[in-house]
Design a protein around this ligand. Structure first.
Ligand code: ATP
Ligand code: PRP
Length: 336
């Protein structure tokens, strides 16, 4: 059966939610949607999916384009990397600067509105770094001034080297618009992927690209010499979303899923005399829940504990005399 075509009318009244269509942020984003019970079926090759149980339409877009769609208010909310928002904002500054230099009257309709961060999502952590051949002569960002730089983050690279060039000339107070508008001595070469290959192939002397484990950088014989932006995935919204209450609902649901992923529930029994010591080890998010046991002088305690701390917490609880320590996964949470 042919898939039902999604018309513009069917999007009416729906909050538009942009989701990365591929790449590093895709699978964790889909997990979040599932955890938040945002139900949809995406037809093969279709980049729009209507949500079955909420007035939302998902729009699958490249992570790099999501800040533009949200910033211009074409889409209400979206998941992308903080690095992409920074790159988009640097692009906006470059545009403003170019208009100012050419004395063009700004076109209010085209003026991007900008976007706001709603939530940090706790995945997609990476750093946008300046990299150069590990065995070469470039050990600081300023060594690359006047050289060729390969990157997909052209506007952030432009501002980074503009700042360094100004500093070299003894100017330390250039504002963001001046940085964006500066004619550079350093040549920024736009590349759309596999940026690490650029140095080995003689296209660039250095690159500005993302690093997570550092494996790709190392394999290409490169080393990081500076960090431009620390990034992780974020939920962003436009300055005037079509349905603010729906944005709050999604943020609350996704926030609940993230908290649930970060915490476990720790339960144990402890003599009442040791309760205050144990409560210091498991203070919970607000306070531990304490219930009396049938056995005199004993209480049962339950408290949320950060997953990454749980092994140490169990060791410490054992030392103060806790017994029957249980650790339970939390599927979802709200109001915590
Ligand atoms: N190695 C990584 N580890 C963690 N997060 C990353 C990593 N690389 C990229 N990201 C994050 O994912 C976002 C999207 O990058 P990704 O390379 O997956 O994009 P893409 O949409 O597949 O585009 P491209 O086709 O250019 O690779 C980045 O902006 C960054 O926030
Ligand atoms: O430090 P690492 O863990 O090695 O990760 C870094 C690599 O990950 C990203 O690329 P990706 O693999 O998404 O492909 P791309 O080069 O096509 O963007 C990034 O652009 C780096 O190349």
């Amino acid at each position: 059966m042919a898939p039902e075509l999604i018309s513009l009318q069917s999007l009416e009244g729906r909050l538009l939610f942009a989701v990365p269509k591929k790449g590093r942020l895709l699978s964790a984003s889909l997990n979040l949607l599932e955890g938040a019970d945002i139900q949809f079926r995406r037809e093969n090759r279709l980049d729009i999916a209507l949500v079955k149980n909420l007035p939302i339409a998902l729009i699958f877009l490249p992570a790099a384009d999501i800040p533009t769609f949200v910033g211009e208010g074409r889409v209400d909310i979206g998941i992308t990397g903080y690095d992409q928002v920074q790159e988009h904002d640097a692009g906006v500054r470059a545009l403003k600067s170019a208009r100012r230099l050419s004395n063009e009257v700004p076109d209010e309709n085209l003026k991007p509105q900008g976007c706001e961060t709603v939530l940090e999502l706790g995945f997609g952590a990476c750093r946008l770094q300046v990299q150069a051949p590990a065995k070469g002569a470039y050990t600081e960002g300023k060594d690359l001034i006047g050289r060729n730089i390969g990157t997909s983050f052209v506007h952030l690279a432009q501002e980074y080297f503009a700042r360094l060039e100004l500093e070299q000339e003894g100017i330390t107070n250039g504002d963001a618009i001046h940085l964006a508008g500066r004619k550079l001595r350093t040549k920024i070469i736009e590349l759309s992927g596999s940026v690490e290959a650029a140095c080995a192939l003689g296209v660039a002397d250095g690159i500005v690209d993302l690093v997570e484990s550092g494996e790709t950088m190392k394999a290409a014989g490169l080393a990081a010499i500076d960090t431009v932006v620390e990034s992780s995935a974020i939920l962003i919204k436009s300055k005037s979303p079509s349905n603010p209450a729906m944005v709050d609902l999604i943020a609350a649901r996704i926030g609940g899923v993230i908290t649930a992923q970060k915490y476990v529930l720790c339960q144990y029994n402890i003599p009442r005399t040791k309760l205050s010591e144990a409560s210091k080890i498991t203070p919970g998010k607000r306070a531990p829940t304490v219930t009396s046991l049938e056995e005199d002088g004993w209480v049962a305690v339950s408290a949320m504990v950060e997953k990454k701390r749980i092994a140490t917490v169990m060791d410490d609880l054992t030392l103060v005399g806790a017994t029957d320590i249980l650790v339970l996964d939390i599927h979802n949470t709200r109001g915590s």
